[in-house]
Design a protein around this ligand. Structure first.
Ligand SMILES: Cc1cc2nc3c(=O)[nH]c(=O)nc-3n(C[C@H](O)[C@H](O)[C@H](O)COP(=O)(O)OP(=O)(O)OC[C@H]3O[C@@H](n4cnc5c(N)ncnc54)[C@H](O)[C@@H]3O)c2cc1C
Length: 300
């Protein structure tokens, strides 16, 4: 039997596990296995949750991809340039052509913070963060270390996201972290989500909402972020919010926006002049202090 050629695009969790299992299943004279990734750094993504709170460092959760692959797997560090389905070939950026008998596409998902207006503008990774990337998680860690009171808003921008429970885990970890530091009473934690509950599944949603309430983390549902303005200061702008949020004048404040297709990020929450969050025809009555009362609210 001729040796089969298996090409796997993407050396993340999916591609790595597939390659290793296939290597175990087929002897080297039965199949040649190639894995392609644009870089040689495998990020253990669940570990990103712990970086902002100093419970793990980026170094600990990033490893060379080749070290994760079994012997007998060929690793190519290159961008995939094209897949020629009709010829059963893959063209790599470095001009190498890989013919295949079986092609596995495991290229994962990409964060798209640029899809939310203003999110990657001024203040990105300084006041508005994502913990879904190593640089974002590390920057948030540095900022949280300086944070000694104010509002932290964890805002899930959109669905679907990788690991829908990660933003909630972040909220609970934040509660723990501020307690450990003895400043929990000076921190207002808000969890806002476009969903109509804390989570996607009804039973879990109810339990998680109860847990949030128990830990004094305010839950804001059906919140659809329209635009992010992470700058603090005088020049508060207009926020065109889609769906349930009307265009409101923004009182500057910090919002940690986690997860979502445009991925985890810190942004701002549109707040009414009287300190109310407007959601369609309903008003969430909540006390909103002047930002000056919270000098350390994520801004340095
Ligand atoms: C904070 C956080 C917590 C999580 N917690 C959990 C958890 O507790 N449990 C759980 O099961 N999951 C969890 N997840 C989700 C899990 O980590 C991901 O679903 C998983 O890592 C995705 O693996 P993947 O192989 O599909 O994609 P990725 O790991 O993203 O791999 C895709 C790879 O393809 C490469 N690639 C893409 N396009 C190209 C191209 N054109 N050329 C070359 N290379 C390319 C990329 O460089 C990348 O390395 C979590 C995720 C996050 C962010």
């Amino acid at each position: 039997m001729a040796r089969k050629q298996i090409v796997i695009l993407g050396g993340g969790t999916g591609g790595t596990m597939t390659a290793n299992r296939l290597r175990r299943r087929f002897d080297e004279d039965e199949a040649e296995i190639h894995v392609v990734d644009r870089d040689d750094w495998h990020v253990y993504q669940p570990g990103l949750l712990f970086v902002p709170f100093g419970l793990a460092s980026v170094d600990e959760i990033v490893r060379p991809r080749q070290r994760q692959l079994r012997n007998g797997i060929v690793f190519h560090e290159s961008e995939v340039d094209a897949v020629w389905i009709e010829r059963d070939e893959v063209l790599l950026d470095n001009r190498i052509v890989l013919p295949y008998d079986v092609l596995v596409v495991a290229t994962g998902s990409r964060l798209q913070p640029e899809e939310t207006e203003g999110l990657t503008g001024p203040g990105w990774n300084e006041r508005a963060f994502t913990f879904y990337t190593p640089p974002g998680a590390a920057a948030l860690h540095a900022q949280l270390e300086r944070f000694d009171g104010g509002k932290l808003v964890i805002n899930l921008i959109d669905m679907p996201i990788k690991c829908p429970v990660a933003p909630l885990e972040f909220a609970f970890l934040a509660d723990w972290y501020f307690r450990e530091r003895g400043i929990r009473d000076r921190v207002e934690l808000i969890y806002s989500t476009p969903l109509d509950g804390a989570f996607t599944k009804p039973v879990a949603s109810e339990h998680l909402a109860g847990l949030l309430a128990e830990k004094h983390i305010e839950l804001v549902t059906e919140f659809n972020a329209g635009e992010v303005d992470a700058l603090l200061g005088e020049d508060a702008g207009q926020v065109p919010c889609r769906d349930r949020l009307r265009e409101r004048t923004v009182e500057r404040r910090r919002v940690d926006e986690l997860g979502a297709r445009p991925d985890a990020a810190l942004s701002e929450m549109p707040v009414g002049e009287e300190g109310e969050l407007e959601r369609g025809n309903r008003t969430l009555d909540r006390h909103v202090d002047d930002v000056d009362d919270h000098p350390a609210a994520i801004e340095t």
